[in-house]
Design a protein around this ligand. Structure first.
Ligand code: ATP
Ligand code: MG
Ligand code: MG
Ligand code: MG
Length: 564
């Protein structure tokens, strides 16, 4: 490719809106442009990087028996109602209506629609396991789209869904996906760590791991152990490190931690849809900077709570009877005929101070009949929210834990039968019995991976692409393109390299060498070949390795072989 024809609108200045380095550099180096909040154009260089990453992903998914398909972005609300997620997914779901006022959404994830596909066409145990994946745009109306490609509202994801006959099958598939993910991120040249995580809104009772690219700008906090292989995100580490006392042996209706922002009870109750279940569920969430903890015990659990959207969790000790009824109804009767019995308010001192101040104010308000905490139901305040910190003993081996920050580039889930039961996705086993398929899902943020690669690979001069994902491998820079002899040598090299299958840019612009060198560094091409007067007089060109800064002279003929 000739630089004069390439659309690379580099910027001299760092755009003010960009906080993190990948956002700054991808804008400055002419890879992306913003269209609206969290929605970007990928310019030619970015598209090439994305293709490199998706090719690596494809190879690894195919090697693990994944089959690539393309699923609809537009998804009918009926499927989401069947799974129970339509009313609980919250504001992150982009909803729309067609001309007949039918509800649809833009797919933020594809569990429903893939399960619908499979339930209609797959019947026999002979067809399982089945692994289907796609690489496509996803839509999430993130509360705070930010950091460029790291948290977009339209972004590229690879999502694979696995269907197995039983838990053992799922386990094997999960292991092979785990391995494939490790291969992918290794091949992308990333330093990463798989960590144990909580299932969150996607749900499922099996295990889940997040793949975290280590970077200070990362939104995720992780804890890991050098002695053994323990690694978890902080949320998971906190729930697994709860002491016996803290892990609540007595049955509780609900534990709520208040957060500073205001939301009406009704708004919040919309998010709480609860179905009876035997399992104990603990969820510890960190939604942006606010900490929200909800723990449900006994025979009740939150079926789906999109906690990221709950900016103010309920402090039920302060709820009026009316409000409790609202919640109770909104929660489809989960509070039972007796209503609230045991509530534990698990909060830090600041929140408690606030809560008590509000309680005091409510007492003075004659219009509000307060249910009285302690009389009408039991409330226990737990002081000082426990945070797991660096240096605490590893739950596996006791060695001091270490902390790091990371960017979640992928996550693998054991879903079990959550969606297949809800949507009736069954198969006939060897004995002729009908059973729900056992499902897993596995996502990689493709556009986020590109940004994470920049977070890990850059210097003051710009991006330093790992060879495996670089948009071009080599850039040939004639010091003066106007000089006929230099131009001839440069063109020759350029063509020779292309013939060898290298991806090359020829900087054929009539610019000062300093400008061309700066651009080459900024856009991050791994190898730069400079053709100057030495090339004419001595037959020598200069090679510079972007990553190490290493520079050496080499005979023109050798340059071809050396670079290849
Ligand atoms: P996060 O915790 O960052 O909000 P998530 O856990 O909601 O991500 P998943 O549902 O696990 O995301 O989706 C699979 C992958 O898609 C994530 O691991 C991440 O790499 C990517 N991803 C999720 N949300 C975004 C986004 N808003 N912009 C870019 N990539 C994203
Ligand atoms: Mg999210
Ligand atoms: Mg996450
Ligand atoms: Mg995730």
């Amino acid at each position: 490719m000739k630089m004069s024809k390439l659309m690379v609108p580099t910027l001299r200045q760092t755009p003010a809106e960009a906080e993190v380095i990948s956002h700054q550099l991808l804008l400055r180096a002419g890879y992306i442009r913003r269209s609206s909040a969290g929605v970007y154009h990928y310019l030619p260089l970015a598209q090439r990087v994305l293709q490199k990453i998706t090719q690596i992903i494809r190879e690894e998914m195919n090697a693990a028996d994944g089959q690539e398909i393309v699923m609809p972005v537009i998804q009918p609300a009926e499927l989401w109602t069947e799974s129970g997620r339509w009313h609980v997914y919250g504001d992150e779901l982009f909803r729309l209506q067609d001309r007949h006022n039918r509800d649809f959404c833009l797919g933020p994830t594809h569990e429903e629609i893939v399960t619908d596909l499979v339930r209609n066409d797959i019947r026999s145990y002979r067809d399982l396991p089945l692994l289907l994946y796609q690489i496509a745009n996803k839509y999430r109306d993130e509360r705070r789209p930010r950091f460029g490609l790291l948290r977009g509202r339209e972004f590229i994801m690879k999502d694979l869904y696995s269907f197995d006959r039983d838990e053992e099958g799922l386990h094997r598939t999960y292991e092979s996906m785990f391995q494939a993910y490790s291969n992918i991120f290794k091949r992308c040249g990333l330093t990463f760590r798989p960590v144990e995580a909580d299932a969150g809104a996607i749900g499922g009772t099996g295990g889940t791991h997040e793949f975290m690219v280590i970077a200070d700008s990362g939104e995720g906090a992780i804890l890991f152990c050098h002695q053994c292989d323990y690694a978890a995100n902080v949320e998971k580490a906190e729930s697994s490190l709860l002491t016996d006392e803290e892990s609540f042996h007595e049955p509780l209706d609900m534990i709520v931690v208040d957060t500073p922002n205001q939301r009406t009870i009704e708004e919040v109750s919309k998010f709480l849809s609860v179905t009876p279940a035997e399992t104990i569920k603990t969820m510890v969430y960190r939604a942006d900077e606010e900490l929200i903890v909800v723990v449900i015990r006994g025979d009740r659990q939150l079926n789906e709570v999109k906690l990221a959207n709950v900016t103010r969790a309920l402090d039920l000790s302060l709820a009026t009877e009316e409000e409790c009824r609202t919640i109770s109804n909104g929660g489809k009767g989960f509070l039972g005929p007796q209503g609230l019995q045991n509530i534990k308010i698990y909060a830090d001192r600041e929140v408690m101070k606030m809560s008590r101040a509000v309680a005091g104010a409510n007492e003075e308000n004659k219009h509000v009949k307060n249910i009285c905490p302690g009389r009408d139901f039991q409330v226990t305040f737990v002081d000082d929210l426990r945070m797991v910190e660096e240096g605490e003993p590893c739950p596996k081996c006791g060695a001091p834990l270490e902390a790091a920050r990371g960017i979640e580039v992928g996550q693998v889930f054991k879903l079990g039968t959550k969606y297949t039961k809800a949507l009736g996705c069954t198969f006939i086993d060897e004995k002729g019995q009908e059973k729900p398929m056992v499902m897993g899902c596995y996502g990689i943020g493709v556009s986020r991976t590109m940004a994470a690669t920049v977070e890990q690979n850059h210097d003051e001069a710009g991006i330093i692409w790992p060879m495996s994902v670089a948009p071009y491998q080599v850039i040939v820079v004639p010091v003066s393109y106007k000089d006929e002899k230099q131009r001839a040598i440069a063109e020759n090299l350029y063509q020779g390299m292309q013939q060898q299958g290298l991806e090359v840019i020829l900087d054929d612009r009539d610019e000062r060498p300093g400008v061309k060198f700066k651009d080459a560094d900024l856009i991050g091409i791994p190898i730069r070949v400079v053709v100057g007067n030495k090339a004419i007089k001595e037959g020598i060109v200069e090679i510079k390795v972007r990553k190490s800064g290493e520079q050496y002279n080499i005979a023109i003929e050798e340059a071809l072989q050396k670079v290849a």
